[in-house]
Design a protein around this ligand. Structure first.
Ligand SMILES: CC(C)(COP(=O)(O)OP(=O)(O)OC[C@H]1O[C@@H](n2cnc3c(N)ncnc32)[C@H](O)[C@@H]1OP(=O)(O)O)[C@@H](O)C(=O)NCCC(=O)NCCS
Length: 167
C-alpha cells in the first residue's frame, strides 16, 4: 500500500470514498465530502494524502490550517479522514495519519488538532487535556499532537470550509 499526496485524477475517488465511509456513521450529516471539496477550492487543503492499493484509492486524509484563540501559529487540523469500509481496522488510517504528521512536522508545523473519538485517536498519539476547546463539545474529543512546543490552550477553529457543517 502506498501513501501519497492526492493527484488531480484522485478527486472523484476521494469524493466517493468519503461519502461512502461516513454514510453509516450516526454522527455524520453528509457534509464531509463537500468539506473536502470546499477545502480544495478555497486553497485550505494544506495536505491531502491518499492510500492507494492495487491502483485504487482506499483511504484519504485532509489537513488544513486551524486557529487557536484566533491565531494560526503553525497549527493544522486533521480531517475528514476515511478508509474504505471493507478495509477498516487494518492499519490504513494509522498509516495515513503517521505520514501526514511526519510531513507537517517536516514543513515546520507546531502541531495538529482534531475532533474525534478518543478511542481511535489516542491510539494514534493524540491527547486531550481539556485546555483545547471547541464550541460546547466535550473537551475529551478535542485532541492534539504537538511537535515539540507547548501544548495548545484555547478555542480551536477550523477553516471556513467547515462552517456549513457547524464546526
Ligand atoms: C476512523 C477511520 C479513518 C480509522 O481508520 P482505520 O484504518 O479503520 O484505523 P486503523 O486500522 O489504522 O486503526 C488505528 C487504531 O484505532 C483503532 N480503531 C479504529 N477504528 C476504531 C473504532 N471504530 N473504534 C475503536 N477503535 C478503533 C484501531 O483498533 C487501532 O488501534 P490499535 O492498533 O491499538 O488496535 C476509519 O475507520 C473510517 O474511515 N471510519 C469512517 C469515517 C470516520 O468515522 N472518520 C473519522 C471521523 S472522526
Amino acid at each position: 500500500m502506498l501513501i501519497r499526496p492526492e493527484r488531480p485524477d484522485d478527486v472523484d475517488a476521494i469524493d466517493r470514498l468519503t461519502t461512502v465511509a461516513f454514510e453509516p456513521q450516526p454522527f455524520s450529516d453528509g457534509s464531509e465530502a463537500p468539506i473536502v471539496r470546499a477545502l480544495r477550492a478555497s486553497g485550505d487543503l494544506t495536505l491531502s494524502l491518499v492510500a492507494e492499493d492495487d491502483g485504487g484509492v482506499v483511504g484519504h486524509v485532509a489537513f488544513s490550517p486551524v486557529t487557536i484563540d484566533g491565531s494560526h501559529d503553525g497549527w493544522f487540523g486533521l480531517g475528514p479522514i476515511s478508509v474504505r469500509l471493507d478495509l477498516q481496522r487494518r492499519g490504513i488510517g494509522r498509516a495515513m495519519v503517521t505520514e501526514g504528521l511526519r510531513r507537517l512536522r517536516d514543513q515546520g508545523a507546531r502541531g495538529c488538532a482534531l475532533i474525534g473519538d478518543p478511542e481511535i485517536y489516542r491510539r494514534m498519539g493524540f491527547t486531550a487535556d481539556g485546555a483545547l476547546t471547541h464550541l460546547d463539545l466535550d473537551p475529551t474529543a478535542v485532541q492534539h499532537v504537538t511537535f515539540g512546543g507547548p501544548s495548545p490552550r484555547g478555542e480551536l477553529r477550523f477553516a471556513r470550509a467547515f462552517d456549513a457543517a457547524g464546526h
